[in-house]
Structures are given as structure tokens and as C-alpha cells.
Write a protein that binds this ligand. Structure first.
Ligand SMILES: C[S@@+](CC[C@H](N)C(=O)[O-])C[C@H]1O[C@@H](n2cnc3c(N)ncnc32)[C@H](O)[C@@H]1O
Length: 237
């Protein structure tokens, strides 16, 4: 069917072949506006909030950038890394093992199927992955799973593409993102990024994400950063 979104297998295959692009800690993923700033804000806030954290989960870890950045501020964490893509996980495992004296556990899984032990993490990070969820029900289930996996006082950190609920605002923000991509690598690159987003992604509004987080039981939610169609937020258990 035309315009049908990518299947899980198609998404896995694309990321299997895109490891290099997600392996630069200085720039983060440059198709995302403000990627280095978001990495830094989440690192600083997570470390300030949890100076004595011992266990972190990175969902859709890619090549491990967010875990590596947080380890710079919180060395020695035990890290659990989850991703659909085995080549991404292999790269993340190699980089994260060099960066921590803690245990590193890797699991190839769809986040929708992951069932962690209750109350086993101080921090959960999900960067540029939840836009692959397709429905409110999937968001609800994943947020409940993450809430259950956190220890009391634990926190969840999100950086992702968002949409706006007001069409005119969405259009303005989307155009701003387009101008950013054109300035970065030209109009052809912008069209290429827009085409894979259209095929693959189904971003949720920031309002919806925060409403569902509250319903899942998170008691304190903060917006950390927003630029055009990207936002970072955190929620505490
Ligand atoms: C855009 S990359 C972001 C990687 C990393 N978090 C970062 O910010 O550098 C998204 C990653 O999520 C993984 N992914 C996509 N859908 C997933 C799912 N349903 N469950 C687990 N991982 C998924 C992809 O394989 C890919 O490595």
C-alpha cells in the first residue's frame, strides 16, 4: 500500500547500514537540530539529579552516544543497551565497554517486547527512538514498562522529534527544520531526510508524550529543551 510506514524489519535493516552516522559523540546525529546541546543538557541534568546512580538503561541506544556522554559525568555505571539493530549494538558495546568499569549488558530487542526486571535502573534514556512507535497504545505500554523498570526516584530522559498539535505551528516549525537541513548539506539532502522521515517516523506531540507519562505514573515532568521539531524532556518516578 502506498504511504505505508516502514515495518520493524525495514527499520532494523536501515539502521544496520547506518552505524557510522551515529558514532560521533561530538556532533551527535547532525540531521537532528541541536543534537550536541541536547546531549549536554541531558548529561548535566541526569548527573545533577543522580550523583550516586549505579544503573542505566539506554533504549534504542544506536552506537551508544547518549550512554557515553552520561558516563563522562557518571563514570562506572552498569549499562544496559537495547536496540533492534545488531551492528548498532555491537558498536555500542565496543565503545561503552571501553568507557565504564561497570557491567555492560546488550540486548537485541524491539522496545515493545522488552520486559525488564522491576525497579532495576536509576536512569533510562531514549534518544531519537520513540518516534518509531505507531500508536498511543504503544506509547502507553512503553511508558508503563519504563516506569516499572525505574527504582523509586529514578528518572526517564527523552530527546526526540515531535509534532505540534496546531497545524500552522507545525508548518512553521517544519519549514525551520527544512532550512536547517538545506543550510547543513543542501536541498537534496533536505529532501532525502524528509523522505525517510515520511516513510519511517511517526512522531508524537510533546503534550501527548507528557500526558501519557503522567498517566503511566511519573510524578514530575520537566521540559529541558525545544527547538523547532525536536524536544528533550525528563520525568521522575
Ligand atoms: C535515530 S537512532 C538513535 C540512536 C541513539 N539513541 C542516538 O541518539 O545516537 C534510532 C535507533 O533506535 C533503534 N530502534 C528503532 N526502533 C526501535 C525499536 N522499536 N526498538 C528498539 N530499538 C529501535 C534503531 O535501530 C536505531 O539504532
Amino acid at each position: 500500500m502506498k504511504n505505508q510506514k516502514s515495518t520493524v524489519d525495514e527499520i532494523r535493516e536501515r539502521f544496520d547500514n547506518d552505524v557510522e552516522r551515529f558514532s560521533n559523540l561530538e556532533t551527535g546525529q547532525s540531521a537532528t537540530m541541536d543534537a550536541p546541546l541536547a546531549l549536554e543538557i541531558i548529561q548535566q541534568c541526569a548527573a545533577a539529579n543522580h550523583p550516586h546512580a549505579s544503573a542505566m538503561l539506554d533504549i534504542g541506544c544506536g552506537a551508544g552516544n547518549f550512554t557515553l556522554k552520561i558516563l563522562q559525568a557518571l563514570p562506572g555505571l552498569n549499562c544496559t543497551l537495547i536496540d533492534l539493530s545488531k551492528p548498532m549494538l555491537d558498536r555500542a558495546a565496543e565503545r561503552v565497554t571501553r568507557a565504564t568499569s561497570g557491567r555492560v549488558e546488550c540486548l537485541q530487542s524491539d522496545i515493545r517486547d522488552y520486559r525488564p526486571k522491576p525497579e532495576s535502573f536509576d536512569l533510562v534514556v531514549a534518544a531519537a527512538v520513540l518516534h518509531h512507535l505507531r500508536s498511543e497504545d504503544e506509547w502507553r505500554n512503553v511508558l508503563q514498562t519504563i516506569h516499572a523498570a525505574l527504582r523509586p526516584g529514578g528518572t526517564f530522559w527523552v530527546w526526540d522529534m515531535i509534532i505540534h498539535e496546531t497545524p500552522a505551528v507545525q508548518q512553521v516549525m517544519w519549514e525551520r527544520f527544512g532550512r536547517y537541513l538545506s543550510a547543513l548539506k543542501g536541498d537534496e539532502y533536505r529532501d532525502h531526510v524528509f523522505a525517510y522521515i515520511d516513510k519511517e517516523d511517526s512522531a508524537a506531540s510533546l503534550n501527548l508524550q507528557m500526558r501519557l507519562a503522567e498517566k503511566a505514573g511519573f510524578r514530575r515532568i520537566e521540559i529541558l529543551h525545544k527547538t523547532a521539531v525536536f524536544a528533550a524532556w525528563m520525568a521522575a518516578k
